[in-house]
Design a protein around this ligand. Structure first.
Ligand SMILES: *Cc1c(COP(=O)(O)O)cnc(C)c1O
Length: 463
């Protein structure tokens, strides 16, 4: 057996190689870090030699040198690509949980960006020159838009639910319908969050039917809250019954026990006016008399990740004062993004300015035009792919209105040599990854979630 290790170049020698010195010059990486990475690659190649992974006839000083530098160059390339990177969402799913849910409006992006670059009035009142509260930054916008008395914002809706339960139902009972004990996205379970907050879950009714009497019968001295949970990612059909809000509010008033509703997505925009789904708006829920409501910032609202809590001032005041409010507080970027997003609603420009709303209500005509523009541009190029426009449907995603299918146009992509999974993989591995929809072994580009600004990147991906 030959001693292959003697062909491994020494670190000093590798550092004098032009590949190393060029990387150092062009990639703006420190000598220390690049040397560390070089050592890691040498170690890996040493292990490969030890494990006989490289065929003996291919082992030479030059071959090992190249092998190490190929690895190092790839390592540098991976470093230069951010781990969190932008992608083109060609799935048509507007709130794609794995692709970061809502993308923000231009106003929100600009506001976040300027807030990041400067000092800000995060907790400073310029009128009085005294300390201010970050809660005040968006509270008035939220109360005006929803009709609620008070509002606050925490990290996400899961945090909002946790805070409400901990602050208002610690070691007491919370009555929830069995049909609403949902699990969302595999990591948020009402029963678990209840345990975590040390509130006692009292589930009433059956999976498909709950009557107001079921809640009434479960009320005891220990009842802290009546809770309703939006079923979000699951829709029950058939022989079902849930208590209507009016009856529950009546019960709550009679017994002087507040109602808290986890609305999940929570929309300020009336999608039913566009014949999309049957989601009640947050304002309708407030008007119906629900005491406390929580919802996500980055679902149908179309803003940054956040958990919005609105409702009666007496309860919001308790939440704001709780120690957990400090633990779950949001940063200035979230508040900046949220402030700009809410202002679009106040100016009644949500349909034009907020991408989430715009994409959901987008006309089939516009989507078709985008698909046609893409095909025209591809036809001007010599691409090896074939494209044809087909009618299809897109989903909202994010556990929102799961039953809703919106008419859309997709471009079906085929290639003489490649299978659909090969095409999808090629697109995924582009410098700006393109995430296509693969359905029944077909690669589809849904133009609902593709912007005009994405077109150039999309076209070049096929050349
Ligand atoms: C999405 C959702 C949550 C979790 O919200 P996040 O903002 O993702 O933390 C909680 N409850 C319901 C009903 C939901 O739909």
């Amino acid at each position: 057996m030959m001693n292959t290790f003697r062909y491994l170049p020494a670190i000093d020698q590798l550092k004098r190689d032009s590949v190393f010195t060029n990387l150092l010059k062009t990639e703006a990486i420190s000598d220390k870090v690049l040397t560390d990475w070089l050592r890691e690659q040498v170690d890996i190649v040493r292990t490969e030699l030890h494990d006989h992974i490289i065929p003996e006839e291919k082992i030479s000083r030059k071959a090992l040198n190249d092998r190490i530098f190929n690895r190092l160059t790839e390592k540098v390339r991976l470093f230069q690509t951010n781990n969190l990177q932008p992608v083109i969402n060609a799935t048509g799913v507007v709130l794609h949980t794995n692709l970061g849910r809502a993308r923000l409006s231009a106003n929100a992006i600009a506001h976040i960006s300027s807030t990041a670059a400067s000092y800000s009035t995060l907790e400073y009142d310029v009128q009085t020159g005294e300390r201010g509260s970050r809660h005040d930054l968006v509270e008035e916008h939220l109360t005006r838009l929803t009709g609620a008395e008070a509002a606050m914002v925490v990290n996400n809706n899961a945090a909002a639910v946790y805070l409400v339960l901990k602050a208002l139902a610690f070691e007491r009972e919370v009555i929830v319908s069995r049909g609403e004990l949902v699990e969302i996205g595999g990591s948020f379970r009402i029963s678990e969050i209840m345990k975590e907050s040390q509130a006692t879950l009292v589930d009433v009714g059956t999976t498909n039917k709950t009557h107001v009497n079921d809640y009434a019968d479960a009320i005891t001295e220990e009842t802290a809250l009546l809770m309703k949970v939006h079923k979000s990612n699951f829709k029950m059909i058939g022989f079902t019954d849930e208590v209507n809000t009016e009856e529950l509010v009546h019960l709550s008033t009679e017994h002087n026990i507040p109602i808290f509703e986890d609305l999940g997505s929570g929309t300020l925009f009336d999608f039913t006016a566009h014949k999309i789904g049957d989601e009640p708006t947050v304002q309708e829920k407030v008007a119906a008399g629900i005491d406390l409501i929580s919802f996500s910032g980055d679902k149908l609202l179309g803003g940054p990740q956040a958990g919005v809590i609105i409702g009666k001032k007496e309860f919001i005041d308790i939440l704001k004062k709780h120690q957990l409010a400090r633990v779950l507080r949001v940063d200035k970027f979230t508040l900046a993004g949220l402030e700009a997003t809410l202002k679009s609603y106040l100016r009644e420009q949500e349909e034009t300015e907020i991408p989430t709303i715009r994409d959901i209500v987008e006309s089939e005509k516009t989507i078709h035009e985008r698909a046609e523009t893409f095909i025209q541009q591809m036809n001007e190029q010599e691409a090896d792919f074939n494209f044809d426009i087909q009618e299809d449907t897109s989903k909202i995603g994010g556990g929102t209105m799961p039953e809703v299918e919106m008419d859309t146009y997709v471009v079906h992509v085929t290639h003489g040599k490649y299978t659909s999974s090969q095409i999808a993989e090629t697109l995924r591995k582009k410098e700006i990854p393109i995430i296509a929809r693969v359905q029944h072994d077909k690669v589809l580009l849904d133009f609902r979630t593709i912007d005009d600004e994405d077109m150039h990147t999309l076209v070049s991906a096929f050349l």
